[in-house]
Write a protein that binds this ligand. Sequence first.
Ligand SMILES: Nc1ncnc2c1ncn2[C@@H]1O[C@H](COP(=O)(O)OP(=O)(O)OP(=O)(O)O)[C@@H](O)[C@H]1O
Length: 303
Amino acid sequence: MTDDPTTALRATRLGRRFRGGWALRDCDFALPAGRITALVGPNGAGKSTLFHLATGLLRPTAGELRVFGAEPGSPAARDRTAFLAQDKPLYPRFTVEETLRFGRELNGDWDQAAAERIVRAGDIPLDARVGALSQGQATRVALALAFGKRPGLLLLDEPLADLDPLVRIEAMGLVMAEVADRGITVVMSSHVLSELENACDHVLLLKQGAVRLDGDAQQLCETHVRITGLADPSTDDGLPPALDRAGVVEASVTGRQVHALLRHTGPLPGDDRWVVENPSLEDLLLAYLRSDSTPAPAPEAAA
Ligand SMILES: Nc1ncnc2c1ncn2[C@@H]1O[C@H](COP(=O)(O)OP(=O)(O)OP(=O)(O)O)[C@@H](O)[C@H]1O
Protein backbone atom coordinates (compact mmCIF):
# COMPACT_ATOMS: atom_id res chain seq x y z
CA MET A 1 0.00 0.00 0.00
CA THR A 2 1.25 3.51 -0.81
CA ASP A 3 0.55 6.55 1.30
CA ASP A 4 1.29 10.23 1.41
CA PRO A 5 5.09 10.41 2.01
CA THR A 6 4.65 13.46 4.20
CA THR A 7 2.74 11.36 6.73
CA ALA A 8 4.65 9.01 9.04
CA LEU A 9 1.78 7.64 11.13
CA ARG A 10 -1.82 7.70 9.97
CA ALA A 11 -4.79 6.49 12.01
CA THR A 12 -8.22 6.00 10.51
CA ARG A 13 -11.09 5.31 12.92
CA LEU A 14 -8.46 3.51 15.01
CA GLY A 15 -9.74 1.64 18.06
CA ARG A 16 -8.33 -0.86 20.54
CA ARG A 17 -10.44 -2.52 23.18
CA PHE A 18 -9.27 -4.50 26.20
CA ARG A 19 -11.41 -6.44 28.62
CA GLY A 20 -11.86 -3.30 30.71
CA GLY A 21 -13.12 -1.25 27.75
CA TRP A 22 -11.78 0.87 24.91
CA ALA A 23 -8.23 2.15 25.39
CA LEU A 24 -8.46 4.02 22.06
CA ARG A 25 -11.61 4.72 20.12
CA ASP A 26 -12.40 6.35 16.76
CA CYS A 27 -9.01 8.02 16.49
CA ASP A 28 -8.18 9.87 13.29
CA PHE A 29 -4.86 11.65 12.87
CA ALA A 30 -1.92 12.05 10.51
CA LEU A 31 1.47 12.69 12.11
CA PRO A 32 3.89 14.53 9.80
CA ALA A 33 7.09 12.87 8.58
CA GLY A 34 10.41 14.41 9.58
CA ARG A 35 8.92 16.24 12.56
CA ILE A 36 8.90 15.69 16.33
CA THR A 37 5.43 14.97 17.67
CA ALA A 38 4.64 15.21 21.38
CA LEU A 39 2.15 12.56 22.44
CA VAL A 40 0.46 13.96 25.51
CA GLY A 41 -2.32 12.70 27.76
CA PRO A 42 -3.12 11.85 31.37
CA ASN A 43 -2.46 8.39 32.82
CA GLY A 44 -4.54 5.80 31.02
CA ALA A 45 -5.22 8.04 27.99
CA GLY A 46 -4.04 5.37 25.55
CA LYS A 47 -0.51 6.57 24.72
CA SER A 48 1.30 3.27 25.32
CA THR A 49 -1.50 1.43 23.55
CA LEU A 50 -0.89 3.64 20.50
CA PHE A 51 2.86 2.91 20.61
CA HIS A 52 2.18 -0.82 20.86
CA LEU A 53 -0.16 -0.61 17.88
CA ALA A 54 2.45 1.34 15.92
CA THR A 55 5.11 -1.30 16.56
CA GLY A 56 2.78 -4.20 15.78
CA LEU A 57 2.92 -5.52 19.37
CA LEU A 58 -0.87 -5.03 19.46
CA ARG A 59 -3.42 -5.18 16.67
CA PRO A 60 -6.34 -2.76 16.34
CA THR A 61 -9.81 -3.87 17.31
CA ALA A 62 -11.27 -1.35 14.86
CA GLY A 63 -10.01 0.90 12.08
CA GLU A 64 -6.40 0.96 10.96
CA LEU A 65 -2.97 2.43 11.60
CA ARG A 66 -0.26 2.81 8.96
CA VAL A 67 3.47 3.47 9.36
CA PHE A 68 4.68 5.18 6.17
CA GLY A 69 1.79 3.44 4.45
CA ALA A 70 2.71 -0.04 5.72
CA GLU A 71 0.99 -2.24 8.26
CA PRO A 72 2.68 -2.01 11.69
CA GLY A 73 4.71 -5.15 12.39
CA SER A 74 5.14 -5.94 8.67
CA PRO A 75 8.78 -6.19 7.52
CA ALA A 76 8.46 -2.85 5.66
CA ALA A 77 7.25 -1.05 8.79
CA ARG A 78 9.49 -2.93 11.26
CA ASP A 79 12.67 -2.06 9.39
CA ARG A 80 11.88 1.65 9.63
CA THR A 81 10.65 1.78 13.23
CA ALA A 82 12.62 1.93 16.47
CA PHE A 83 10.79 1.84 19.80
CA LEU A 84 12.12 2.79 23.19
CA ALA A 85 10.08 2.59 26.39
CA GLN A 86 10.91 3.08 30.05
CA ASP A 87 11.93 -0.55 30.51
CA LYS A 88 14.80 -0.79 28.07
CA PRO A 89 15.30 -4.17 26.42
CA LEU A 90 18.97 -4.64 27.31
CA TYR A 91 20.72 -7.83 28.41
CA PRO A 92 22.53 -7.06 31.68
CA ARG A 93 25.18 -9.74 31.11
CA PHE A 94 26.24 -8.38 27.73
CA THR A 95 29.00 -5.83 27.47
CA VAL A 96 28.20 -2.61 25.65
CA GLU A 97 30.23 -3.85 22.69
CA GLU A 98 28.31 -7.15 22.60
CA THR A 99 25.05 -5.21 22.79
CA LEU A 100 25.99 -3.13 19.74
CA ARG A 101 27.13 -6.29 17.91
CA PHE A 102 23.73 -7.79 18.67
CA GLY A 103 22.08 -4.70 17.15
CA ARG A 104 24.28 -5.03 14.08
CA GLU A 105 23.35 -8.70 13.61
CA LEU A 106 19.64 -7.99 13.92
CA ASN A 107 19.62 -5.02 11.54
CA GLY A 108 20.88 -5.25 7.97
CA ASP A 109 21.27 -1.48 7.56
CA TRP A 110 23.08 -0.93 10.87
CA ASP A 111 24.93 2.36 11.52
CA GLN A 112 27.83 1.24 13.72
CA ALA A 113 29.52 4.66 13.59
CA ALA A 114 26.43 6.43 14.97
CA ALA A 115 25.88 3.80 17.67
CA GLU A 116 29.50 3.99 18.83
CA ARG A 117 29.54 7.78 18.71
CA ILE A 118 26.53 7.94 21.02
CA VAL A 119 28.09 5.50 23.49
CA ARG A 120 31.51 7.18 23.47
CA ALA A 121 30.00 10.64 23.92
CA GLY A 122 28.70 9.38 27.27
CA ASP A 123 32.18 8.15 28.30
CA ILE A 124 30.87 4.61 28.52
CA PRO A 125 33.60 1.97 28.08
CA LEU A 126 32.68 -0.54 25.37
CA ASP A 127 33.79 -3.41 27.63
CA ALA A 128 31.50 -2.38 30.54
CA ARG A 129 28.72 -4.82 31.46
CA VAL A 130 25.28 -3.38 30.76
CA GLY A 131 24.07 -4.56 34.17
CA ALA A 132 26.71 -2.39 35.85
CA LEU A 133 25.72 0.85 34.07
CA SER A 134 23.82 3.71 35.70
CA GLN A 135 20.28 4.31 34.46
CA GLY A 136 21.46 7.29 32.44
CA GLN A 137 24.24 5.25 30.82
CA ALA A 138 21.83 2.38 30.07
CA THR A 139 19.47 4.87 28.43
CA ARG A 140 22.31 6.10 26.28
CA VAL A 141 23.13 2.53 25.18
CA ALA A 142 19.43 1.93 24.41
CA LEU A 143 19.39 5.15 22.36
CA ALA A 144 22.54 4.00 20.55
CA LEU A 145 20.73 0.76 19.64
CA ALA A 146 17.69 2.72 18.45
CA PHE A 147 19.69 5.18 16.31
CA GLY A 148 22.00 2.42 15.03
CA LYS A 149 18.96 0.96 13.34
CA ARG A 150 18.73 4.07 11.11
CA PRO A 151 15.04 4.40 11.87
CA GLY A 152 12.66 6.49 9.81
CA LEU A 153 10.33 6.58 12.79
CA LEU A 154 11.51 6.69 16.39
CA LEU A 155 8.86 6.02 19.03
CA LEU A 156 9.79 7.14 22.53
CA ASP A 157 7.37 6.08 25.28
CA GLU A 158 8.67 8.04 28.29
CA PRO A 159 12.13 6.46 28.00
CA LEU A 160 13.69 9.24 30.08
CA ALA A 161 11.16 9.18 32.91
CA ASP A 162 13.44 7.44 35.40
CA LEU A 163 16.40 9.75 34.89
CA ASP A 164 17.48 12.59 37.13
CA PRO A 165 16.82 16.04 35.62
CA LEU A 166 20.38 16.70 34.45
CA VAL A 167 20.81 13.32 32.79
CA ARG A 168 17.34 13.71 31.34
CA ILE A 169 18.22 17.05 29.74
CA GLU A 170 21.42 15.57 28.40
CA ALA A 171 19.61 12.55 26.91
CA MET A 172 16.99 14.84 25.40
CA GLY A 173 19.78 16.93 23.84
CA LEU A 174 21.24 13.76 22.40
CA VAL A 175 17.93 12.80 20.80
CA MET A 176 17.47 16.29 19.36
CA ALA A 177 21.00 16.40 17.94
CA GLU A 178 20.69 12.95 16.33
CA VAL A 179 17.28 13.63 14.75
CA ALA A 180 18.08 17.14 13.54
CA ASP A 181 20.31 16.15 10.64
CA ARG A 182 18.78 12.85 9.67
CA GLY A 183 15.15 13.73 9.00
CA ILE A 184 13.94 11.12 11.48
CA THR A 185 10.30 11.30 12.54
CA VAL A 186 9.93 11.17 16.32
CA VAL A 187 6.81 10.54 18.35
CA MET A 188 7.57 11.12 21.99
CA SER A 189 5.29 10.78 25.00
CA SER A 190 6.07 12.77 28.09
CA HIS A 191 4.36 14.09 31.19
CA VAL A 192 7.02 16.81 31.49
CA LEU A 193 5.19 19.43 29.43
CA SER A 194 7.79 22.16 29.97
CA GLU A 195 10.43 20.21 28.07
CA LEU A 196 8.16 19.65 25.06
CA GLU A 197 7.97 23.38 24.31
CA ASN A 198 11.39 23.54 22.68
CA ALA A 199 11.60 19.97 21.51
CA CYS A 200 8.37 19.36 19.58
CA ASP A 201 6.81 20.89 16.52
CA HIS A 202 3.60 18.85 16.42
CA VAL A 203 1.17 17.80 19.14
CA LEU A 204 -1.23 14.88 19.55
CA LEU A 205 -3.20 15.03 22.78
CA LEU A 206 -5.22 12.01 23.84
CA LYS A 207 -7.77 11.89 26.61
CA GLN A 208 -9.85 8.87 27.53
CA GLY A 209 -8.81 7.15 24.34
CA ALA A 210 -9.90 9.97 22.03
CA VAL A 211 -7.94 12.60 20.08
CA ARG A 212 -8.50 15.97 21.74
CA LEU A 213 -5.87 18.03 19.98
CA ASP A 214 -3.83 17.36 16.85
CA GLY A 215 -1.82 19.94 14.99
CA ASP A 216 1.28 22.01 14.43
CA ALA A 217 2.46 23.27 17.82
CA GLN A 218 3.09 26.86 16.72
CA GLN A 219 -0.17 27.07 14.81
CA LEU A 220 -2.09 25.76 17.80
CA CYS A 221 -0.57 28.46 19.99
CA GLU A 222 -1.40 31.11 17.38
CA THR A 223 -5.03 30.02 17.04
CA HIS A 224 -5.66 30.12 20.80
CA VAL A 225 -5.73 33.09 23.15
CA ARG A 226 -5.55 33.43 26.90
CA ILE A 227 -7.72 36.36 27.98
CA THR A 228 -8.04 38.14 31.29
CA GLY A 229 -10.50 40.87 32.14
CA LEU A 230 -13.36 42.07 34.28
CA ALA A 231 -16.01 39.36 34.62
CA ASP A 232 -19.34 40.10 32.95
CA PRO A 233 -21.94 39.91 35.75
CA SER A 234 -24.70 38.95 33.28
CA THR A 235 -23.22 35.53 32.42
CA ASP A 236 -22.41 32.46 34.56
CA ASP A 237 -18.89 32.07 33.16
CA GLY A 238 -18.07 35.81 33.30
CA LEU A 239 -17.45 35.94 29.54
CA PRO A 240 -19.34 38.44 27.35
CA PRO A 241 -22.72 37.18 26.10
CA ALA A 242 -21.69 37.78 22.47
CA LEU A 243 -18.67 35.46 22.68
CA ASP A 244 -19.10 32.18 20.79
CA ARG A 245 -18.89 29.51 23.53
CA ALA A 246 -17.92 26.83 20.99
CA GLY A 247 -14.30 27.93 21.20
CA VAL A 248 -13.97 28.02 24.99
CA VAL A 249 -11.46 25.48 26.31
CA GLU A 250 -11.62 26.69 29.92
CA ALA A 251 -12.87 29.73 31.84
CA SER A 252 -12.79 30.59 35.53
CA VAL A 253 -13.79 33.58 37.62
CA THR A 254 -11.56 34.70 40.50
CA GLY A 255 -12.98 37.63 42.41
CA ARG A 256 -14.05 40.09 39.70
CA GLN A 257 -11.61 38.79 37.10
CA VAL A 258 -12.30 36.16 34.48
CA HIS A 259 -9.47 34.09 32.97
CA ALA A 260 -10.12 31.97 29.92
CA LEU A 261 -8.40 30.06 27.18
CA LEU A 262 -10.18 30.11 23.85
CA ARG A 263 -9.66 28.71 20.41
CA HIS A 264 -9.95 32.03 18.67
CA THR A 265 -8.41 34.32 16.06
CA GLY A 266 -9.50 37.84 15.14
CA PRO A 267 -11.19 40.45 17.30
CA LEU A 268 -13.07 39.59 20.49
CA PRO A 269 -16.36 41.17 21.58
CA GLY A 270 -15.44 44.10 23.82
CA ASP A 271 -11.85 43.85 22.61
CA ASP A 272 -10.54 46.85 24.55
CA ARG A 273 -11.57 45.26 27.87
CA TRP A 274 -9.31 42.22 27.57
CA VAL A 275 -5.68 41.50 28.16
CA VAL A 276 -5.08 39.05 25.31
CA GLU A 277 -2.02 36.89 24.65
CA ASN A 278 -1.24 33.68 22.83
CA PRO A 279 -0.60 30.83 25.27
CA SER A 280 2.69 28.99 25.58
CA LEU A 281 2.52 25.37 24.45
CA GLU A 282 2.68 24.21 28.08
CA ASP A 283 -0.21 26.52 29.04
CA LEU A 284 -2.25 25.30 26.07
CA LEU A 285 -1.66 21.62 26.82
CA LEU A 286 -2.47 22.08 30.50
CA ALA A 287 -5.75 23.80 29.63
CA TYR A 288 -6.76 20.93 27.36
CA LEU A 289 -5.72 18.34 29.96
CA ARG A 290 -7.87 20.11 32.59
CA SER A 291 -10.85 20.68 30.32
CA ASP A 292 -13.61 18.18 29.67
CA SER A 293 -14.94 19.99 26.64
CA THR A 294 -13.33 20.04 23.22
CA PRO A 295 -13.93 23.34 21.44
CA ALA A 296 -15.18 23.30 17.89
CA PRO A 297 -12.56 24.14 15.27
CA ALA A 298 -12.24 27.85 14.48
CA PRO A 299 -14.27 28.70 11.36
CA GLU A 300 -11.17 29.38 9.23
CA ALA A 301 -9.59 26.05 10.33
CA ALA A 302 -12.79 24.19 9.55
CA ALA A 303 -13.09 25.71 6.07
N1 LIG B 1 -2.75 -5.20 28.18
C1 LIG B 1 -3.80 -4.56 28.67
N2 LIG B 1 -4.87 -5.24 29.18
C2 LIG B 1 -5.94 -4.59 29.65
N3 LIG B 1 -6.07 -3.24 29.70
C3 LIG B 1 -5.05 -2.52 29.23
C4 LIG B 1 -3.86 -3.13 28.69
N4 LIG B 1 -3.02 -2.14 28.29
C5 LIG B 1 -3.64 -0.97 28.58
N5 LIG B 1 -4.85 -1.19 29.13
C6 LIG B 1 -5.82 -0.17 29.54
O1 LIG B 1 -6.00 0.73 28.47
C7 LIG B 1 -6.07 2.07 28.93
C8 LIG B 1 -4.98 2.91 28.30
O2 LIG B 1 -3.73 2.48 28.84
P1 LIG B 1 -2.33 3.02 28.30
O3 LIG B 1 -1.26 2.27 29.04
O4 LIG B 1 -2.31 2.97 26.82
O5 LIG B 1 -2.38 4.54 28.79
P2 LIG B 1 -1.19 5.60 28.87
O6 LIG B 1 -1.72 6.87 28.29
O7 LIG B 1 0.06 5.05 28.27
O8 LIG B 1 -1.02 5.79 30.43
P3 LIG B 1 0.31 6.19 31.30
O9 LIG B 1 0.53 7.66 31.10
O10 LIG B 1 -0.12 5.88 32.68
O11 LIG B 1 1.45 5.34 30.82
C9 LIG B 1 -5.99 2.00 30.45
O12 LIG B 1 -7.29 2.00 30.96
C10 LIG B 1 -5.31 0.67 30.71
O13 LIG B 1 -5.73 0.12 31.93
